[in-house]
Ligand binder design. Structure first.
Ligand SMILES: O=Nc1c(NC[C@H](O)[C@H](O)[C@H](O)CO)[nH]c(=O)[nH]c1=O
Length: 166
């Protein structure tokens, strides 16, 4: 068994009663779309109904924490509360420290959001040093060398919402 890599689900979860929010940044859109598609595909395979997957977008990864909070609040106000949210962003290192500051602050903000919203917030932020790394983790590099991490996030969302739901 591979030492590093994908943690398999510990059992088959039934996502048929879940309402899942995906909120994604619009930077690096080709990679984002592959990750979102992977998450949706995996959740459908675990029984989540297509009409119960609500997708929202924000300009960039830095907006994911605040956007997620407002997204969760809005769904609650509509009487369609989310059971779990998957923020998705792709940060690719540029020539400045911008990448480090957004990666670190957004990661902490998403982690801490869970204590405010009381639903799982899945960590869907790719923090990559090169575009090639990001393409590989979305499963769309030339060699298709890695699986699509969006699928992992979809599976984690169903497990966390099912196992630790209200
Ligand atoms: O800079 N690179 C990136 C980025 N910058 C924009 C930032 O998230 C935010 O939207 C703006 O600063 C406005 O607040 N956002 C990303 O998702 N990926 C990047 O690689």
């Amino acid at each position: 068994m591979a030492v590093k890599g994908l943690g398999q689900l510990d059992k088959e979860y039934d996502g048929s009663k879940l309402r899942v929010g995906i909120i994604h940044a619009r930077w690096n859109r080709v990679i984002i779309d592959a990750l979102v598609d992977g998450a949706i595909k995996r959740m459908l395979s675990l029984g989540v109904k297509e009409e119960n997957i609500i997708v929202e977008t924000v300009p960039g990864s830095y907006e994911l924490p605040y956007g997620s909070k407002r997204f969760i609040d809005a769904q609650k106000k509509k009487g369609e509360p989310l059971d779990v949210v998957i923020p998705i962003g792709v940060l690719i290192k540029g020539s400045t420290m911008h990448f480090e500051y957004i990666s670190d602050s957004t990661t902490h903000a998403l982690m801490n959001l869970q204590d405010k919203v009381h639903i799982p917030v899945i960590f869907g932020l790719l923090t990559c040093l090169t575009e090639e790394q990001a393409l590989a983790r979305a499963g769309i590099d030339e060699a298709h060398s890695m699986h699509n991490h969006g699928e992992d996030w979809g599976a984690a969302a169903v497990e966390m919402a099912t196992k630790f739901g209200p």
